[in-house]
Design a protein around this ligand. Structure first.
Ligand code: SAM
Length: 181
């Protein structure tokens, strides 16, 4: 998918797409910096979009690792399915359904949740999703989030024990990456 189509989707639903171009390679590197990807068995990516972070997961996760990609926007689904190998399962639904998605697949441990979701999620989506994410992080799941507005992170994610992990200047707009665990 071209940057122009990404921009078109942003203009269609700015609250859902939340950025005008996909994240950069440097941003993707920042998102996985310090993680032991080579030993992971189950990873979840929320809001993969065109797959900017999925690419680096694909390059570094072992063959026996499964990855669940949860994306709401229909136009991203087929390109994601075509681009990534059978370690990756693409599901079109809201991230707030994560708990049942994991239950249906019999997954009781997730090594990593990497999120491209905007902080402008509807309140009811946030409430349900955060409940699942809190449970996962209490059981040792590592989480990575990014934001263009670090001053809003505390406000929106106050339930989580987040640490600022790094700053990526080489992205439009520049981003801050936060981690849990
Ligand atoms: C800021 S874009 C990030 C895309 C990509 N990860 C990147 O960094 O280039 C946000 C993504 O989250 C998706 N999204 C927004 N709300 C969602 C939800 N409730 N459930 C799943 N995906 C969602 C959007 O469709 C979009 O692909």
């Amino acid at each position: 998918m071209s940057h122009r189509q990404f921009l078109k989707l942003f203009l269609k639903q700015p609250n859902i797409n939340a950025s005008i171009i996909p994240s950069s390679k440097q941003a993707a590197k920042g998102m996985v910096h310090g993680l032991d990807l080579g030993n992971m068995k189950y990873v979840v990516e929320l809001g993969p979009g065109t797959g900017a972070f999925t690419d680096i997961l694909s390059e570094n996760l072992p063959q026996n690792c499964k990855v669940l990609l949860v994306e709401l926007e229909e136009e991203y689904i087929e390109p994601l399915q075509k681009r990534f190998d059978d370690r990756f399962e693409v599901v079109r639904c809201s991230a707030c359904q994560l708990s049942s998605l994991l239950q249906e697949r019999g997954i009781d441990h997730v090594d990593l949740v990497i999120s491209g979701l905007p902080y402008t999620l509807p309140e009811e989506v946030k409430k349900t999703l955060f409940k699942t994410l809190l449970k996962l992080t209490h059981h040792g799941t590592q989480m990575r989030w990014f934001t263009y507005f670090p001053f809003l992170m505390k406000k929106h994610y106050s339930d989580f024990q987040m640490k600022k992990s790094c700053f990526v200047l080489w992205n439009f707009p520049p981003m801050w990456i936060y981690s849990v665990n």
